[in-house]
Design a binder for this molecule. Sequence first.
Ligand code: GRF
Length: 203
Amino acid sequence: CKVAVLISGSGSNLQALLDASANAGADFSVCAVISNKPEAFGLKRATEAGVPTSVVDHRNFSGRENFDQALIAEIDSHQPDLVVLAGFMRILTPEFVRHYSGRLLNIHPSLLPKYQGLHTHQRALEAGDSEHGVTVHFVTEELDGGPPIVQAAVPIKEGDTPESLAKRVQVQEHVIYPMAVTWFAQGRLKMLTDRSQLDGELL
Ligand code: GRF
């Protein structure tokens, strides 16, 4: 299974995927890493792993539609089976999401449906929650609203800051993202739009 990974920053989740893909018997390989930011550290991680990189800089496009069309062209030139968002900080158009429907994953640092959007760690602390976590989900047109695949929970501890909590959550991110991608690569994971699609599939 060929996986394209989209990033905007550090790429620690990308690193977890690269490491998993290098394991003997891995069911997927990372065929391309694409960033909207030329300075994203994740690009170095990809190069280090021998994976081709490219930059589609959103600042060079007049609107979201034009940017997303260029992004689609770049992604599709690598013919991936799956597209993985790993800290990709752009909101995608419905056209983009539809183009990759059922083969587009995201990781969101909260126990969805709690805390869609930004500043999730701070919001969990402010709410006085006793636990927090991370969700891998299929991407649909609703931001952070697609069908969840796997979650990991962590305790919130006395004295936690958004940073200390983020660190604890990230350890789990790096476990569950490669896990979900592996399930997809093994054909054990499908996004259904309708229960009738279950007939004869995955049963
Ligand atoms: C992660 O916390 C992920 O949950 C969120 O963005 C962050 C990306 O971190 N969507 P990294 O670039 O993978 O280190």
